[in-house]
Design a protein around this ligand. Structure first.
Ligand code: CP
Ligand code: NVA
Length: 311
């Protein structure tokens, strides 16, 4: 039975139900098929999406903009210098005013409190296009990719090697919803925050699966079906890059790390990648790598999100 998601915001995956996430994945599969066979699917004719960016983007910007145009609607790109979020006027006023013009807001921000404020004051759905805390749209595309490549989400073990950042948090949130096993290997001091682990504990208890945290990448990748990594210095952490390069040494995903693994796995990365840092170029281009399918699936998953929330 379909659940109505009309008017909802997407701040993090942990605030949605498993049924809602499943509905996005099911809708994404249908929309992807329609797009591939050239069947029109004008679900958002006359609708507009404001896209607010405090940070750069390739995938998020292009996939949302192309996605809404494939649905018959329009996107409006607001660069960091356009509205000067947090500087020119309150987030409250921005949310209220933009809601008078458009049917949905997608925002890529630094502090997650901005997503919270936008969602609190906007009268249209707010979609988190990445905050320092979470990147839910990424994980929706990733889960679609895991479904396609592994046949099912159930029973998969994810190993995430690297920084306990927004992408790691969202992978943990998604895993908690579907009862998956996820092992995180981060250098000491860069593990996912305690409040994230506390937040997901009741979900794992209810749905099965578990999250484990280690400082040993070899330990994390044992029996993994999905091996995932992300940059060591995220957007906004550029000043820490050199320090992090040293501290993350030994956490590169490469052929040496996966040598001897007996279970089949796919390699995933949200991109952009810094080859030679968190992943070797060779492994990223290996036949087990699905990084470009992941990037494509952002389009299909986000079309489903927009259609379900904004129709
Ligand atoms: N993965 C991702 O969000 O890519 P962009 O930063 O290019 O949008
Ligand atoms: N953790 C990265 C993800 C980029 C898509 C960042 O926040 O920069």
């Amino acid at each position: 039975m379909a659940v109505s998601m009309k008017g909802k915001s997407l701040k993090t995956l942990i605030e949605w139900s498993r049924e809602e996430i499943q509905q996005v994945l099911d809708t994404a599969i249908q929309l992807k098929m329609k797009q591939k066979i050239g069947e029109p699917h004008p679900l958002l004719v006359g609708k507009s999406l404001a896209m607010i960016f405090q940070k750069p983007s390739l995938r998020t910007r292009v996939s949302f903009e192309v996605g809404i145009s494939q649905l018959g609607g329009k996107a409006l790109y607001l660069a960091p210098s356009d509205i000067k979020l947090g500087e020119r006027e309150t987030t409250e006023d921005i949310a209220i005013v933009i809601s008078r013009y458009v049917d949905g807001i997608m925002a890529r921000v630094f502090g997650h409190d901005i997503i919270e404020d936008l969602a609190k004051y906007a009268t249209v759905p707010v979609i988190n296009g990445l905050s320092d805390y979470a990147h839910p749209c990424q994980i929706l595309g990733d889960f679609l990719t895991i479904l396609e490549k592994r046949g099912s989400l159930c029973g998969q073990k994810i190993a995430y090697i690297g920084d306990g950042n927004n992408v790691a948090n969202s992978l943990i949130f998604g895993s908690a919803q579907f009862g998956l096993e996820i092992a995180i290997a981060s250098p000491r001091g860069f593990e996912p925050k305690k409040d994230v682990l506390k937040r997901v504990a009741p979900f794992f208890k209810k749905n099965g699966g578990k999250v484990t945290v280690t400082n040993n990448p070899k330990e994390a990748v044992k029996k993994a079906n999905v091996i995932y990594t992300d940059v060591w210095a995220s957007m906004g952490q550029e000043a820490e890059k050199d320090k992090r390069l040293g501290l993350f040494k030994g956490f590169q995903v490469n052929h040496k790390l996966v040598a001897g693994l007996t279970d089949d796995f796919i390699f995933m990365h949200c991109l952009p990648a810094h080859y030679g840092e968190e992943v070797s170029y060779e492994l990223a281009k290996d036949e087990r790598s699905v990084i470009y399918d992941q990037a494509e699936n952002r389009l299909h998953a986000q079309k489903a999100v927009m259609a379900l929330l904004m129709m």
